[in-house]
Design a protein around this ligand. Structure first.
Ligand code: ADP
Ligand code: MG
Length: 318
């Protein structure tokens, strides 16, 4: 009997550039993204996909707010529902493009599915009292006051007197649908899960109540990778490698980063919060969660070279 080399299980986290910012942009972007994902399948990987939703959840949130302005019978839509909508919409475009790319390469035995995923957060998470994640469009003072009064939004003001809604970004505690995700992954299906960080919910006995928050996709991808006992967490973003002294004269791009140095660099402020910092934090958590686990941060278009060890930044323990 022919013995197959054991497949490497990877969870990939897709960032903003994998999806674009508008409906037509997304439909185009997912084609390239699907090529990168199917490249990994052809590198003998078992792939699980998660993704962010910054622009999409902002867009949906604004559209739903416009609906309730037009029609007073329509109360404003909870943010948890907006995240659910973003999962379905992004999942639709991605699974459609993935199915097409698989068929174009003559791979007909891999099924693609999107799992609507709820993620439990702690209602006492300090993020709820300090919302930091901006979503949606920039507003004038008048628009911001209207939203504060009528929708109970928390607004933040930037230095140039522009206003933006900020929401809490609590840490993911538990992936509610993990059993279903695992069953599909174990059956060899290509699964898209935990989209947009997952739908944030708080446990109230048997009831899961939607929370007004957006969970960071890098952290939930890390949790997903741990729970699926993945070998590698791959964060695909808009840079090929992680740098120290980023953007400065003495900038240095890193091919390998051990978790000890990563912690030191984090403390020294080398990684911008809200962009590179959560990626490095997630990578460190994963690499330290079990011997043999590594994380890779690289450019979406370089996923294949990354898994071959030719580029990107690998985060591991020495
Ligand atoms: P995504 O949408 O994929 O989550 P982000 O834009 O949030 O991506 O984060 C990736 C960006 O982080 C890069 O494009 C880069 O501009 C920025 N960045 C900040 N600090 C660093 C660093 N030290 N090394 C590399 N990139 C960094
Ligand atoms: Mg981001």
């Amino acid at each position: 009997m022919k013995r197959e080399k054991k497949k490497k299980r990877v969870v990939i986290a897709l960032g903003g550039n994998a999806l674009g910012k508008t409906l037509p942009e997304q439909m185009q972007a997912v084609k390239l993204t699907s090529k990168a994902i199917v490249d990994l399948l052809e590198e003998n990987c078992e792939v699980v996909v998660s993704h962010g939703n910054g622009p999409q959840v902002g867009m949906i949130n604004n559209a739903m707010a416009a609906l309730s302005r037009e029609n007073p019978d329509q109360p404003n839509t909870p943010l948890s529902v907006c995240v659910a909508m973003s999962q379905a919409y992004i999942g639709y475009d991605l699974q459609n493009a993935l199915r097409e790319e698989l068929r174009n390469r003559g791979i007909n035995d891999i099924l693609v599915a999107t799992m609507i995923t709820q993620v439990r957060v702690d209602e006492n998470d300090p993020a709820f009292t300090h919302p930091t994640k901006p979503i949606g469009y920039y507003m004038t003072k008048e628009q911001a006051e209207f939203a504060e009064k009528n929708y109970k939004y928390i607004m933040s003001r930037s230095s140039d007197n522009q206003y933006r809604r900020v929401v809490a970004s609590p840490k993911p505690q538990e992936i509610i649908e993990i059993g279903s995700i695992k069953a599909l992954v174990d059956a060899g299906q290509l699964v898209i899960a935990c989209g947009g960080g997952g739908i944030p919910v708080i446990r109230q006995g048997n009831h899961l109540k939607g929370a007004s928050a957006v969970i960071d996709k890098d952290f939930v991808s890390e949790l997903l990778a741990e729970k699926l006992d993945a070998d590698c967490l791959i964060i695909l973003t808009a840079v090929e490698k992680v740098a120290i002294n980023f953007g400065k004269q003495n900038e240095k791009w890193l091919s390998y980063l051990n978790t000890k140095d990563a912690r030191k660099y984090m403390a020294e402020g080398h990684f911008a919060s809200g962009s590179m910092l959560p990626k490095v934090e997630a990578a460190v958590l994963f690499a330290e969660s079990k011997p043999g686990r590594t994380a890779l941060i690289t450019l979406l278009q370089k996923a294949k070279e990354g898994i071959q060890g030719k580029t990107g930044t690998i985060i591991g323990i020495d």
